[in-house]
Design a protein around this ligand. Structure first.
Ligand code: FES
Length: 154
């Protein structure tokens, strides 16, 4: 596994997070780096709830009391240190995580994605896409039926 410099620790506010666009292992990734004092944790910017594409979800918020950070869409809370969702719609699921090391105030990220339950999360995403397509198709068929019958909306 190779490691890539992501940023300086000081580029991330303490008890805060930043988004980055970085190439890891030949793949362009959107990641969020979450900082707690001298520790930094780097996660794939992909909420396991709705399966939105990377970078769509804003997970910048962090609760300094509970040491959790949040998905801004529906409020899921994630552990800072392992990315496990402890409350909210994707409870029990995990964020994808990259191994991270801080050396002399610089943050380095490994190119291997660790993502417990990835298959389950991606299956949920595919189910949502399939349901959306089925709804869109049903709407189109209903509109075509109304046009054929000479019905109008209004
Ligand atoms: S998309 Fe993140 S909690 Fe719903």
């Amino acid at each position: 596994m190779s490691k890539v410099r992501l940023c300086a620790v000081a580029d991330i506010g303490d008890q805060s997070s930043e988004e980055f666009d970085i190439e890891l292992g030949g793949v362009r990734r959107y990641v969020i780096a979450v900082r707690e004092a001298d520790q930094v944790f780097v996660y794939l910017d992909y909420c396991p709830h709705m399966g939105y594409p990377e970078k769509f979800v804003d997970m910048r918020f962090m609760c300094t009391h509970s040491k959790k950070f949040y998905c801004a869409v529906h409020g899921a809370r994630f552990n800072l240190d392992d990315g496990a969702c402890t409350s909210g719609p994707p409870s029990g699921d995990f964020l994808g995580r990259f191994e991270t090391e801080v050396i002399d105030g610089e943050v380095y990220v490994g190119d291997t994605l660790t993502w417990p339950g990835k298959e389950k999360v991606l299956a949920k995403r595919q189910a949502l896409i399939d349901a959306y397509k089925a709804q869109a198709k049903a709407r189109e068929e209903e509109e075509a039926r109304k046009r054929a019958a000479g019905e109008t909306n209004g």
